[in-house]
Design a binder for this molecule. Structure first.
Ligand code: AZC
Length: 835
């Protein structure tokens, strides 16, 4: 064994080399620049400096990372495994510095080396390993788990290419490859010794062994290697660092060489390509995703790697597999890892020799399933032939699970074969499919939605049959976001002001923000609040000018809608309002309207034509309005390209108004709505997703509500919805629609937006026209209120002060209590156990 050369020390307390003195930090940066990056100071670049600094910060994490792991092992704790195909982590540097509590010393050390910390933070390219809400939620949850000291590990895929970069050319979205690993990733550590093997394809054989037991052998066609890359997840001042373990697929050498040596060069190369492709690229959540075999390969790959890893960890800490479920709580982040239900059964029955019933008992007490969508088209299903050829053994297992499950349904609901067909994991209508959400429901102890309304709609609609069978499985856990990244890191100006009044405890306990309430009535505080808002807006305005060349006025209202582009999110409803204002202003240039800057940001799935056309509509309208001197004093429209986490950190703090205008009943929760409100933006929104709970929390008088409710949307459609009639009877709407159709905003091309216009006039599935007038009226109330800056700031302060419950710390406490049955947080050093 390697002899320890440093004296025994409490390994959270750093040694001299990694201590947090300014001198040690400076030395660390210089050493890492030389010894890790191989650069001399004289020739080093900004990127080198960022890297050297990142390694210096990582050096400060390692001791607590290893200690956390040892503590968990020693204390024999139940561990949460968060399985997610996406982790949209955002840049790590600033967040790690904050969570370690070394901001001041690092800033000073960098300064003494003539480095500007903020500039270095800006060098980091974010790992965009997620599409949007679901992936970002996973990241917020990892932050909270580590902060609360919950033993937890995130498992996912280390995509070589993350979410595409978006460029705007001639007003259209263009997708560019995301080479996020170009300069290397200073945060991760490759752990080849913990690699595992995963099989695909092939065939199965079954026989009865000498005890008469039924045995199955699966012989896959391809075997690939999963290599883990670990990244520490630092808790906010908790002394804890958990792990995010992402799997990379690589060729399995023996498989590869066998073929190579037997002269099958093509086969060998094919196997290598097959293996390496699996973790190559993140799928944007496109319509076409469903048929993609590679996507199912990805899902099975990371889920199998993770379960094998969990079993190995469980066994090496001396536990019997019989109590796997007592030690391991696995959370399925949507259906992407739901193949895990069949995989754990396979591992227990085929590999570890368990009988079916015992294996099922373990499996169904291990998994829990979070649903993130109400859109029926987004519920995953895989065609049976494809499934069969890729995962033949799993299909057999699913058949067995299904047959036992359907007997249960028949017992509970006799003579109801229609129900049996509806609930079957195998969809037998027409072409046959495996319904992954149903597999997740059957195999999970708990099923949760992500906001109150969403959970109710799951129960009454999307998963109604399952609710009738197992009402006790369903619970709600409303989403939350981490105040570390979304307030403390993103909005230092507001954070400092809040801290000066109520101390800094709010960063780890967001309910403390309620202490700000009394300042809402204090005019001196309000003027400080306004000053901060102004400074943050100036920062964003500079960024916009640099990125797009558009100059925006920081004293205008910043009205922001940043999120994926989707018809249900209704960016085009926002455009209808902008054009309504445009026409009003054109008709009466003396009209007094409060100046507004409309900010849009978001990516469209590459195969989603309508979403791309909405981007083109926004950029076209922007072109006309921004260049028209009659209106551009009052109105500006900006489409900010390549919206991502880094950019979100600039936008949320600077917004005055947050647009949360989805058709009621469509947005599961939303989390951008929370980030805006925490940062003091007022919301204009429908009664959808978490908007409802946000409005209840901040006070109805501090929220701009409009639109049909989810129930009214359903009733309206059932009664026969005729958008054309609304168009006929509403002059302002007609003018706007006719304007778009005429080519006025598309350089005279009347056909460009035809698909959009026709879609609205003929079917309008997301009810823009039905909500148009109430939206415009509500926007007029927004304008009026904004003119009274005192009233506005008061509302803004109430919004920020009342957002405590939307911290992801609260969500994680809910999961611990209601789903994972974790009540002790003995490892976390810094925070109260539970509230
Ligand atoms: C999103 C939901 O659309 C959003 O409402 C919710 O806030 C978020 O999950 C987190 O729960 N769903 C997705 O992002 N889904 C995918 C496949 O990306």
């Amino acid at each position: 064994m390697l002899k320890q050369i440093s004296k025994e020390h409490d390994s959270i307390v750093d040694d001299e080399r990694t201590s947090n003195t300014v001198a040690a930090l400076k030395q660390g940066i210089l050493d890492n620049l030389f010894y890790v990056l191989g650069k001399r100071v004289e020739v080093s670049t900004d990127m080198d400096h960022f890297m050297a600094l990142a390694y210096t910060v990582r050096d400060r994490i390692l001791a607590r990372w290893l200690t956390t792991r040892e503590d968990y092992a020693k204390n024999n704790v139940r561990t949460v495994y968060y399985l997610s195909a996406e982790f949209l982590m955002g840049p790590y540097l600033a967040s790690n510095i904050l969570n370690l509590g070394i901001d001041d010393v690092i800033r000073q050390a960098a300064g003494e080396l003539d480095l500007d910390l903020n500039h270095l933070i800006g060098q980091e390219s974010e790992p965009g390993l997620g599409n949007g809400g679901l992936g970002r939620l996973a990241a917020c949850y990892l932050d909270s788990l580590a902060t609360l000291g919950v033993p937890a590990m995130g498992y996912g895929i280390r995509y070589e290419f993350g979410m595409f970069h978006q460029a705007i050319r001639d007003g259209w979205q263009v997708e560019l490859t995301d080479y996020w690993l170009r300069y290397g990733n200073p945060w991760e550590i490759r752990r080849p010794q913990a690699c595992v093997e995963v099989g695909f394809g092939g065939h199965t054989q079954s026989w009865a062994d000498s005890f008469g037991e039924y045995k199955v052998l699966w012989t896959p066609d391809e075997v690939v290697k999963g290599v883990p890359f670990d990244t520490p997840i630092v808790g906010y001042r908790s002394g804890v660092a958990n792990t995010l373990r992402l799997w990379r697929s690589e060729a399995n050498e023996s498989f590869y060489f066998d073929r190579f040596n037997s002269g099958d060069y093509e086969g060998a190369v094919g196997a290598k390509i097959f293996a390496e492709n699996i973790s190559k690229v993140l799928y944007p959540n496109d319509e076409e995703i469903r048929g993609k075999e590679l996507r199912l390969q990805q899902q099975y790959f990371f889920t199998s790697c993770s379960l094998q890893d969990m079993i190995r960890r469980h066994e090496t800490t001396g536990h019997s597999l019989e109590n796997f479920h007592e030690q391991c709580a696995v959370q399925l982040n949507d259906t992407h890892p739901s193949i895990g239900v069949a995989e754990l059964m396979r591992l227990l029955v085929d590999i570890h020799g368990f009988g079916w019933d015992k294996a099922w008992d373990i499996t169904s007490h291990t998994f829990n399933y979070t649903n993130h969508t109400l859109l029926p088209e987004a519920l995953e299903r895989w065609s049976l032939p494809m499934f069969q050829s890729l995962l033949p053994r799993h299909l057999e297992i699913i058949y067995e699970i299904n047959s036992r499950f359907l007997s249960l349904v028949r017992t509970k609901f006799p003579n109801d074969e229609a129900r049996v067909a509806r609930m079957s994991i195998i969809d037998e209508h027409g072409e046959r499919y495996v319904r992954m959400a149903y597999l997740a429901c059957v195999g999970s102890g708990h099923i949760n939605g992500v906001a109150k309304l969403h959970t109710e709609l799951l129960k009454s609609d999307v998963l109604r049959d399952f609710y009738e069978l197992w009402p006790e499985k369903f619970i709600n856990v409303t989403n939350g976001v981490t105040p570390r990244r979304w307030l403390a890191v993103a909005n230092p100006e507001q954070s400092e002001l809040m801290t000066s009044k109520i101390g800094h405890d709010w960063i780890g306990d967001l309910d403390q923000l309620s202490k700000l309430e009394r300042y809402a009535e204090d005019s001196a505080f309000r003027s400080e609040w306004q000053g901060v808002q102004r400074a943050v807006k100036v920062r964003l305005a500079q960024y916009i000018a640099a990125k797009t060349g558009i100059s925006v006025d920081p004293s205008s209202m910043f009205d922001a809608q940043v999120k994926r582009i989707h018809e249900y999110k209704r960016q085009h409803l926002n455009v209808l309002y902008i054009l309504t204002q445009y026409y009003r202003q054109k008709k009466d240039p003396t009209l007094e309207i409060s100046p507004r800057t409309f900010l849009f940001g978001g990516k469209a799935a590459p195969g989603y034509f309508m979403a791309k056309l909405i981007i083109k509509l926004i950029t076209s309208v922007a072109e006309v309005i921004n260049s028209d001197p009659e209106v551009n004093q009052h109105l500006k429209v900006v489409f900010l390209p390549d919206y991502n986490v880094t950019f979100g950190q600039l936008v949320y703090p600077a917004a005055d108004l947050s647009e949360q205008i989805s058709t009621a009943g469509k947005e599961a929760s939303g989390t951008g709505n929370m980030k805006f409100a925490m940062n003091g933006a007022l919301t204009i929104g429908t009664l959808d997703g978490a908007n409802i709970e946000i409005r209840d929390a901040v006070g109805h008088e501090n929220f701009f509500l409009f639109g049909l409710t989810a129930a009214e949307v359903v009733a309206r459609k059932a009664a026969g919805y005729h958008p054309h009639q609304i168009y006929e009877s509403n002059g302002a709407l007609r003018e706007v629609i006719d304007g778009i159709a005429s080519g006025r905003f598309s350089r005279g091309d009347g056909s460009l937006f035809r698909p959009l216009v026709d879609g609205l006039l003929n079917s309008d599935p997301y009810l823009l026209f039905a909500d148009y007038q109430t939206y415009v009226d509500c926007q007029d109330r927004v304008c009026k209120t904004y003119r009274d800056q005192e009233a506005w700031s008061k509302m803004s302060i109430y919004n920020a002060a009342r957002m405590g419950q939307f911290s992801s710390d609260r969500s994680i406490r809910d999961y611990c209590k209601d789903i994972w049955n974790i009540t002790r947080f003995e490892i976390g050093a810094g925070l109260p156990a539970s509230k």
